[in-house]
Write a protein that binds this ligand. Structure first.
Ligand code: URA
Length: 223
């Protein structure tokens, strides 16, 4: 199948019944323990300029894990993922799609804010492949503990981390890629793409497409 790598087994847009182990393996550390450990993470240099590690949040038995790129300015200060404008867009869309937030764990591919200082402002800078790879250590541990039925890759950095290679998100959006370990990964855009659109009409259209994707996520959670 086009684009298939040894990292993934099947690719589909159809509904597949999810399998999930009843409980995490005995050696899977609780999220609180992982969060504590990650506060001192030095796996890549991004910790130097960031305020703190921003670990994932949500129930330990979440059905779905949403993975973003990295914390933004507000998340870096608050120490919590998706509390800024992109998080508000995500939350509002999940509510419109009737996705139960209590079943959702949110995290990022990279757990420190990478930025360029510009005057008093801190401008988001995309993490590189090495930084994504280094931080995958934590994402794997979160997934190992939570054992979600589904992962949602919000944008290309998340898709790269979850799938293990670059994924053309706009082309593959709305598809499910099943990994060798059985985890289904739903591909969609990052909500900040909507926020960056200048024309109100484009923004509205993109928001509608994102809502459609979140409705699919809801179906997949039930499937
Ligand atoms: N963008 C992300 O990818 N993650 C956050 O936590 C905030 C903004």
């Amino acid at each position: 199948m086009a684009g298939t790598t040894p990292h993934e087994t099947t690719i589909s847009g159809r509904r597949v019944r999810a399998t999930r182990a009843e409980s995490p393996p005995d050696d899977a550390a609780p999220i609180a323990e992982l969060r504590d450990e990650a506060t001192g993470c030095r796996r890549c240099p991004l910790w130097r300029n960031a305020t703190q590690t921003v670990f994932g949040e949500g129930p330990e038995d979440a059905e779905v894990i949403f993975v973003g790129e990295q914390p933004g300015d507000q998340e870096d200060r608050a120490g919590k993922p998706f509390v800024g404008p992109a998080g508000r867009m995500l939350n509002a869309t999940l509510e419109d799609a009737d996705v139960d937030r209590r079943k959702v764990y949110v995290t990022n591919a990279v757990k420190h804010f990478k930025f360029e200082p510009r005057g008093k402002r801190r401008i988001h800078s995309k993490p590189n492949a090495g930084e994504v790879q280094a931080c995958r250590w934590w994402l794997d541990k979160e997934i190992g503990r939570i054992r979600p039925r589904l992962a949602v890759a919000l944008g290309s950095t998340a898709a790269q981390s979850l799938i293990g290679r670059a994924v053309p998100v706009l082309k593959r959006r709305g598809e499910v890629i099943e990994r060798n370990d059985g985890l289904r990964v739903f591909i969609t855009i990052h909500p900040s793409l909507i926020l960056r659109m200048r024309e109100e009409e484009d923004k509205e259209a993109e928001r509608e497409r994102f809502l459609k994707d979140m409705r699919k996520v809801k179906q997949l959670m039930a499937g």
